[in-house]
Ligand binder design. Structure first.
Ligand code: SAM
Ligand code: SF4
Length: 332
């Protein structure tokens, strides 16, 4: 029996975020530039390799896998990966198989995802204004996302909405996002922008600490603190008027690294034990180097033993990104 995964700070690692592509059908202005270059398709892990890698992690006690990207639903045949991994749900070792998506293609996948055992999905939605949505995403039609959200709900998937708190964009939107989410029984999570990837604009001009946004929200809504945790970094409040929840994810203003239980793997098989790490551990070489998992497990153990205590992101004018790697490589 192979040992479960615990890092050098005693944190038990139970959660894998697995990127299946760095490509995307959108170009959100806070995530990537319009002329971003993607990795060559030949460098991606195959579905067989993604399955073998995930299964090795499941054997080591990972009980939650989130499929992400780039946009996971643009990878050809991605459903076949969900179907393969669902055997771990059926076998009881995996508690949850889920995904984060921009929702553009969700309408056509929702029922099949539910049939593959997915129960919850995170959909990124920063605005409910059609023109603003097209502006933020550079390519997106808001109606596609709204159709995707409706289809997911109709398929029985529990939807959580994620919005990046962009200064000047979120303030006029947030009331409508709260009413939209809570009117449909969905949590809304607000996320501080992080300095990952080089942009055409200054990150500092986008950054809004969530304490400030909370004060803005409190002008209209009554927020009640809760002790609710859903296994992630969000701190939840309940809105008295709607009964729904808002999650605050504050990587910049209030670090939550002490309770971190997650690792991330890029679509090319690089294992990152912290979002703030510059270089990942090459699991693709370990996968391709041997048919048994000994080398793979040794590489995973080495990486996890060196998991940093946390990141030290800073957003300062003219400083540039903390890391050149955009969020689309590891999927948040
Ligand atoms: N394409 C999918 C989506 O947008 O949901 C999955 C990948 S995307 C990189 C995952 C999440 O990261 C999204 O909610 C997105 O808004 C968020 N994100 C992207 N860049 C970010 C940044 N620099 N800081 C904070 N969140 C970011
Ligand atoms: Fe694509 Fe998601 Fe990045 Fe937007 S945030 S560009 S949808 S990967």
């Amino acid at each position: 029996m192979t040992a479960s995964l615990t890092d050098g700070f005693g944190r038990s690692i139970r959660y894998l975020r697995l990127s299946v592509t760095d490509r995307c059908n959108l170009r959100c202005g806070y995530c990537m530039t319009d002329d971003v270059t993607f990795v060559s398709r030949k460098d991606l892990l195959s579905f067989e390799e993604l399955d073998r890698l995930s299964s090795a992690f499941v054997a080591r006690g990972i009980d939650k896998i989130r499929i992400t990207g780039g946009e996971p639903l643009v990878r050809k045949d991605v459903l076949s990966l969900f179907r393969r991994l669902s055997r771990h749900l059926a076998g009881g070792r995996l508690r949850e198989l889920t995904l984060t998506t921009n929702g553009i293609r969700l309408a056509r996948f929702a029922e099949d995802l539910a049939a593959a055992g997915v129960r919850r999905v995170n959909v990124s939605l920063d605005t409910l204004d059609t023109a603003r949505y097209a502006g933020i995403t550079r390519h997106g039609a808001l109606s596609d996302v709204l159709d995707g959200i409706a289809a997911a709900a109709a398929a029985g998937l529990k939807v959580k909405l994620n919005a990046v708190a962009l200064k000047g964009v979120i303030e006029p939107e947030v009331d409508r996002l709260i009413a939209f989410a809570h009117g449909r029984g969905m949590d809304l999570t607000l996320i501080e922008t992080m300095p990952l990837g080089r942009l055409d604009v200054e990150r500092v001009d986008q950054y809004l600490p969530l304490d400030q946004l909370r004060r803005h929200i409190e002008r209209r809504w009554t927020l009640l603190d809760t002790a609710d945790r859903t296994g992630g970094p969000a701190r939840y409040v309940r809105v008295a008027e709607t009964g729904g929840r808002i999650g605050f994810i504050t990587p910049m203003s209030h670090s939550f690294c002490d309770g971190c239980n997650r690792v991330r793997v890029s679509a090319t098989g690089l294992l990152y034990t912290c979002l703030g790490q510059e270089r990942g551990t090459d699991l693709r070489a370990a996968l391709r180097g041997s048919a048994d998992d000994d080398g793979l497990n040794a590489a995973i153990d080495r990486a996890i033993s060196r998991k940093p205590r946390g990141h030290d992101f800073r957003i300062v004018r003219d400083l540039g990104p903390a890391l050149e790697r955009p969020m689309s490589v590891l999927g948040g």
